[in-house]
Design a protein around this ligand. Sequence first.
Ligand SMILES: [Zn+2]
Ligand SMILES: [Zn+2]
Length: 170
Amino acid sequence: MTRKLPAERFAAKVNPAGPLPLIRGVIGPCHLWEGSTNAAGYGTFWAGQSVKAHRFAYEQARGPIPTGLELDHRCRQRACVRVSHLDAVTHRVNILRSSNHVAHRAAVTQCPAGHPYDAANTYRAPNGTRKCRACNATRTRNTRAIKREAQLAAVTPLHPRTDPTLERAA
Ligand SMILES: [Zn+2]
Ligand SMILES: [Zn+2]
């Protein structure tokens, strides 16, 4: 067996069909690391020593990360190793950017359909994101209506829709 290059072993653990971040300026889906991750959720990769997967990807593409800089995930997806989603920034900028992101999420006071995220209309998904009760109720109603229509369509009519005598004549 020929030994694979680190870059090949690396590529085999990347799923390029990750989620679309929906963040301004972040183009295309995340490339998710499917190898092992550390407790903080960053991918880890063995390249003679254990390195963070996103740092490895970045250095393969762009060269060494300058001393004093760290990589910011603009997509806010720690398991992402897509180089175009990464920026080498100072620690200060990195902290500022992530707190801006949290602040931005908190500043959104309406669901995408314009219902308020207030106490009465909001529930939390298991992952902690806010969900709209009004939209959820609409979805449930629509699903029921679709099921009802499907059931009605499955019922055989008592009288045939086409006139049997016409069919015989044809
Ligand atoms: Zn990403
Ligand atoms: Zn809504």
